[in-house]
Design a binder for this molecule. Structure first.
Ligand code: TXA
Ligand code: MG
Length: 384
């Protein structure tokens, strides 16, 4: 039918139906699970297949795609013949491949179609660890280009049902591998500059702390690790939309999202709002005929997670994101929380800040892009 869903029971591994023509299927975009988020994959070297990825997502043509491989020999078929892996890439691949790390490589225009790279001189490649993703690439016996399996601008899907709700009628096949373990997209790293530094273009599932640790363990003279927008800014990158989420709206559900800072101090000149006053102000979102429905994504032990919520005029739905000390749990649940609250019909979503450490860096990167507005909230210790 138009929306076959293969249920892949975890304990049975991948069950491949013999009547499926996989070489044919892979000319259509197929939604499949990876350890980070669900991807929308098609044969990377087939231009008409990859162009369907762009049309299915409504993705701007100037945003390049990540190519997914299932083996090192497959990786090498994509690289320029004279290309030699750097020591830092060797160390990073040894520790994080297969997994949530995407590396930029020089792109040979005779190998990689320009639709993949959006005419960049580099191509982004990763080797996923998810059993189903690896099996799919291996069965296709070819690299797959795959962005996240969402309409452009929406939160990335971490469950098959998220894909179905977003792209129903637009994809012919969704492979259901259950919830993605990491829950955030891969970390995109550029180690191709002549200064040898490792530039993190998009924070993601592999943390900056782990990248630094591995480079220090493996190398006598480890390179610097620079995080875009924190340690450096690249005007050229920011002017062109060719790097992670610089120009386009991202990760946004259809309802307003507010980012609440409850621990950080506000920028100069911004007065923090008293918690009670802010919560009361939410009633303005109501129509008067029914209570305003407010979804909150918050760690369970944070100021907002433990505060008593006023019951009159507001219907609350709390979606707990794990404890503050467990940012990997928050990462795992963030997109699911946004998409679940949206489906439950809330009028707006509040997300509370988390510390920008470990997965928290990638979490806040996504949350800042999802949020239309920010508020700084002051909790009095007497508020309870
Ligand atoms: O975890 C992931 O990376 C998921 C799963 C499906 O693998 N994929 C994913 O793809 O997040 P996508 O298209 O949603 O995000 C790819 C990001 C974009 O921000 C894009 O700008 C960047 O990688 N990118 C791709 N090629 C690039 C290149 N040559 N130079 C710089 N950035 C690149
Ligand atoms: Mg995406």
């Amino acid at each position: 039918g138009p929306k076959d869903i293969l249920i892949l029971a975890e304990n049975r591994g991948v069950e491949w139906s013999n009547d499926l023509q996989w070489d044919e299927k892979m000319r259509l975009p197929v939604a499949f699970p990876t350890e980070t988020v669900y991807g929308l994959g098609a044969l990377a070297l087939d231009v008409s297949a990859t162009s369907k990825i762009f049309s299915t997502k409504g993705r701007p043509a100037d945003n390049p795609l990540i190519v997914h491989v299932s083996s090192f020999p497959m990786l090498h078929t994509l690289l320029p013949q004279d290309y030699v892996l750097s020591d830092s890439y060797t160390a990073l691949m040894k520790h994080f491949w297969p997994g949530a790390l995407t590396l930029l490589f020089p792109s040979d225009p005779n190998i990689i179609p320009s639709i993949i790279t959006a005419n960049q001189p580099t191509v982004a490649i990763r080797m996923p660890s998810h059993l189903v993703a690896r099996a799919l690439i291996a069965v296709a016996n070819a690299p797959l280009a795959a962005p996240s399996a969402n309409s452009s601008g929406k939160p990335s899907p971490t469950r098959a049902e998220h894909v179905l709700r977003d792209l129903d009628g637009k994809v012919s096949l969704i492979l259901d591998g259950g919830a993605c373990g990491v829950g955030l997209e891969s970390t995109v790293v550029d180690g191709l500059h002549s200064d040898g530094a490792i530039r993190v273009l998009r924070p993601g599932g592999i943390t900056v702390e782990d990248i630094e640790r591995v480079l220090h363990e493996e190398m006598s003279d480890p390179p610097e690790v620079l995080v875009h927008r924190r340690d450096y800014r690249d005007e050229a990158i920011e002017a062109a939309p060719t790097t992670p989420g610089m120009k386009y709206r991202h990760y946004s559900p259809s309802v307003p999202v507010y980012l609440l800072y409850t621990a950080s101090s506000p920028p100069n000149g911004v007065q923090p709002l008293e918690a009670g006053a802010f919560l009361a102000s939410l009633r303005r979102f109501g129509t008067g005929e029914r209570p305003v429905k407010v979804g909150i994504l918050t760690p369970s032990d944070s100021p907002l997670g433990i505060c008593t919520l006023p019951a009159d005029g507001i219907e609350w739905t709390r979606f707990p994101l794990g404890r503050t000390a467990e940012p990997s749990v928050t990462a795992h649940l963030l997109f699911d929380g946004l998409l679940t609250l949206e489906r439950q019909g809330v009028d707006l979503i509040l997300i509370e800040e988390v510390p920008e450490e470990r997965e928290g860096l990638a979490i806040m990167n996504r949350v800042k892009k999802a949020a239309g507005e920010c508020r700084w909230i002051q909790f009095n210790t007497t508020d309870g």
